[in-house]
Design a protein around this ligand. Sequence first.
Ligand SMILES: Cc1cc2nc3c(=O)[nH]c(=O)nc-3n(C[C@H](O)[C@H](O)[C@H](O)COP(=O)(O)OP(=O)(O)OC[C@H]3O[C@@H](n4cnc5c(N)ncnc54)[C@H](O)[C@@H]3O)c2cc1C
Length: 461
Amino acid sequence: MPFASWPSSLWRDNSLSHAFCSATADIECDVCIVGAGFSGLWTAAHLLSLDPEKKIVVIDAAQPGFGASGRNGGWCSAFLPMSLDAIAARSSRESAILMQRAMNDTISEIGQFISDHKVECSWVAGGTLHSATNPAHLSRLRADVDRYRTYGFGDEHIALLSGTAAAQRINASNTIGATYSPHCAALHPGQLIDGLVKHCVANGVMIYGDTRVVDIAPHCVTAKASDSRVQIKANQIVRATEGYTSAMVQSHRDLVPVYSYMIATEPLPQSVWDSIGWQQRETFADARNMVIYAQRTADNRIAFGGRGAPYRFGSAVNSKFDDDSAVHRKITSTMHALFPDTQDALITHHWGGPLGIARDWFAGVTLDETTGLATLGGYVGDGVAASYLAAKTLAHLVTGTSESVTRLPWAQHVSPKWEPEPLRWLGINALLKVPALADAREARTKKPSSWLLGILGKFTK
Ligand SMILES: Cc1cc2nc3c(=O)[nH]c(=O)nc-3n(C[C@H](O)[C@H](O)[C@H](O)COP(=O)(O)OP(=O)(O)OC[C@H]3O[C@@H](n4cnc5c(N)ncnc54)[C@H](O)[C@@H]3O)c2cc1C
């Protein structure tokens, strides 16, 4: 069962303890939002600011923040799952530039919300560092920077750092260079969810927990809570279910769930920080192909994550997949290799959760004016900030306000459906093996594995 139990994430220690009651009778409202993660809650918040009179209902199969929003690495970054080239290919160079600028502004807007509403979520806009520990990484980082330059983004957007300059920020082993971008903040995602919930409830949004939506039809949602069935009638119905979308029959092939996993150390002593640095709490990754990501938390732990788990047949999502000891071991040894001073640190938490990936790796926001059905998501591993902008896009579509945000290239973008099984399982698991193979090859040859990555790029960019 996908909603059977919460994982023991670091963030749940001091946030996410909501207990909203389930829906027990039929409801009528203006907008019904299915899913109380960042996408659903930001949609409610944006709708409220455009039309405070709207009657908004949010339904969650568990409780707010149960999904990826309450489990992530806390990178609030201006990255998108799709490259600027992919955006330009589907729209125009100008639209790709506008999209990136809108994402950059999003980080400041979220920071502003947090400060205006006094949300205590350890927000620090320290930027992000991607380090290179071998020449193949460095040439990939250079290529990234060059690509941004072709769209007119200079050092103020992303800069290449020498090995010494990179190590002065974060002293990861064998750093020979890095990129630094200021457009990222580290935060405590659970506490941001709590802040959003408080804001929504204070402004009249009704939230129901432990209520699982089983069918979404035009202007009508059917949900199950305990033994009873309820119907919610609404002008618009927003599906904001990301990594759990496949569990609903009608959207089974819209987004595939792929799991990402995290560990957290105990709080590390000052001697470790004297050696590693990491003074500005920049978010950290390196340029290997297998995605890794880390942050220094406000209480001086390292929260470190990575991918590498296989895709489960039939797009299965289940609470039992929230822990994967093999992947957690790999993540721990990657952290030890990059930061040998953490060798003796206790790993106090390990958890995971599903991301949502569209067939064309292009996040989308849709609204069908006739049926009132709306969707947002497909952020892969970059949804913390992207969900804010997607929700803003959707809120303007719903209220019919024509803003530059509704002309962003993801507005009304419909991704193709994933292939039926077993093709989906075969294809995705073959592709998921490529990053590790490419990393092993690059470690040997010190050159980018261009042909292997070319195959991956064909499907993911
Ligand atoms: C381990 C991990 C690390 C990550 N790290 C980062 C990061 O550092 N930075 C970043 O930008 N992104 C990161 N991501 C991705 C990011 O967390 C997600 O893209 C984002 O949180 C998606 O938000 P959402 O609201 O769309 O989906 P979710 O947070 O998954 O919310 C979906 C909600 O829908 C509910 N739901 C599902 N089905 C139903 C149903 N049938 N009926 C009612 N309710 C339902 C669920 O209970 C859930 O609460 C990470 C993800 C994971 C798993």
